[in-house]
Design a protein around this ligand. Structure first.
Ligand SMILES: Cc1ncc(COP(=O)(O)O)c(C=O)c1O
Length: 351
């Protein structure tokens, strides 16, 4: 699920955890925590951000983004600004606020009443965003590539148009890169492909090489609206998770993982195009770097089960989109094995 970007037990991550565990596993945020400062500095150095808030998961990072967007907007833009526009088919987490932010009814069922203050518009439809904005809107939240919603990529210019409309209407732009951040698309952050910077960005999943962590990256002007005590997390940025984060990020940057991701992603996609030509029930293949989706005209669940029998773990989202999220260190030989297995399963699926 996009956590093991470095594969399992990357030696740098293992070593950093071992060394940190011998020094200090946890200490409260009343103290400066050295590895936390190192990780925040690295994240700021390589992104648009000036400040970082650490927590423990993607949902918690998004929760922080939603709270801060409301607080900043009420203080700085207008006291009635609290509404957040999110996208249909989005996924932002399972807490009450983040599942409300998630633009998919199946995740809402059974949890009413949901949080007030959210509006959903179709992904890739800038006109719908413009129409949804009113005097209460404070932010637009979007995954630069939708993961859970079926690996949906932005049309060229869409993210830029979102940035422009947010600037024009004094709205914050929040990118949820919990799934597509940390090198998954071939750049450290997915927003880099379009050259469009958000005001807030959330990370989790692979940030610490498999150790639970979440982070909210923020521009200073917005971060200033969180005063000490306004928002916090007991474990957020604790020494162990932060040390693992520093090691994971350093490994991504220093070991050619972004280059491998781009190269192997292109290769994987070109192999998938061949599969698409062979099997008429493949509707489309799409993705960027090593987040790849294969949309089928048939149900994807049984295909996942058959692949598992061949000891290959893939996932199916939206009922008919096979999603492939291999580690960034995947090799050509491993991709060949997956494609061969998929072709065997497709040939035997009786369609
Ligand atoms: C884009 C996105 N945002 C948020 C989340 C929630 O993250 P977590 O499960 O760490 O709370 C996920 C999890 O799949 C995700 O894909």
């Amino acid at each position: 699920m996009a956590v093991c970007n470095l594969g399992h037990c990357h030696p740098k991550v293992v070593k950093s955890i071992q060394e940190q565990a011998e020094k200090l596993i946890h200490v409260s945020n009343f103290y400066y925590i050295e590895p936390q400062i190192q990780l925040a500095s690295l994240l700021c150095k390589y992104s648009f951000a000036d400040e970082v808030f650490f927590c423990n998961s993607g949902a918690e990072a998004n929760e922080g983004a939603l709270k801060l967007a409301r607080k900043y907007s009420k203080e700085k833009i207008g006291k009635d600004r609290y509404e957040i526009i999110t996208m249909e088919r989005s996924f932002h987490g399972r807490t009450l606020a983040t599942l409300t932010a998630t633009g998919q009814e199946k995740f809402h069922k059974g949890y009413d009443p949901l949080m007030p203050g959210f509006k959903y518009v179709p992904f890739n439809d800038i006109g719908a965003v413009k129409q949804a904005i009113d005097s209460k809107t404070c932010a637009v939240m979007v995954e630069p590539i939708q993961g859970e919603g079926g690996v949906n990529c932005p049309t060229p210019g869409y993210l830029k148009a979102l940035r422009e409309i947010c600037d024009e209407k004094k709205l914050l732009l929040i990118f949820d890169e919990v799934q597509v951040g940390m090198g998954r698309t071939g750049k450290l952050f997915a927003y880099e492909h379009e050259g469009v910077e958000p005001d807030l960005l959330t990370l989790a999943k692979s940030l610490a090489g498999g150790v639970p962590i979440g982070a909210l990256l923020i521009k200073k002007e917005v971060a200033d609206s969180f005063k000490p005590g306004d928002h916090a997390s007991t474990f957020g940025g604790n020494p162990l998770a932060s040390a693992a984060g520093v090691a994971a990020l350093t490994a991504i940057l220093e070991e050619g993982m972004l280059e491998n991701c781009q190269k192997m992603g292109d290769y994987f996609l070109s192999e998938f195009w061949k599969v698409e030509e062979k099997f008429p029930f493949v509707k489309e293949v799409r993705g960027k770097g090593l987040i790849l989706g294969m949309e089928l005209k048939i149900e994807g669940g049984p295909i996942v089960k058959e692949m598992l029998k061949k000891k290959i773990l893939i996932n199916c989202t939206m009922g008919n989109v096979l999603r492939f999220l291999p580690p960034l260190i995947v090799t050509k030989e491993e991709i060949d094995r997956v494609v061969k297995a998929l072709e065997e399963v497709f040939s035997n699926c009786g369609v």
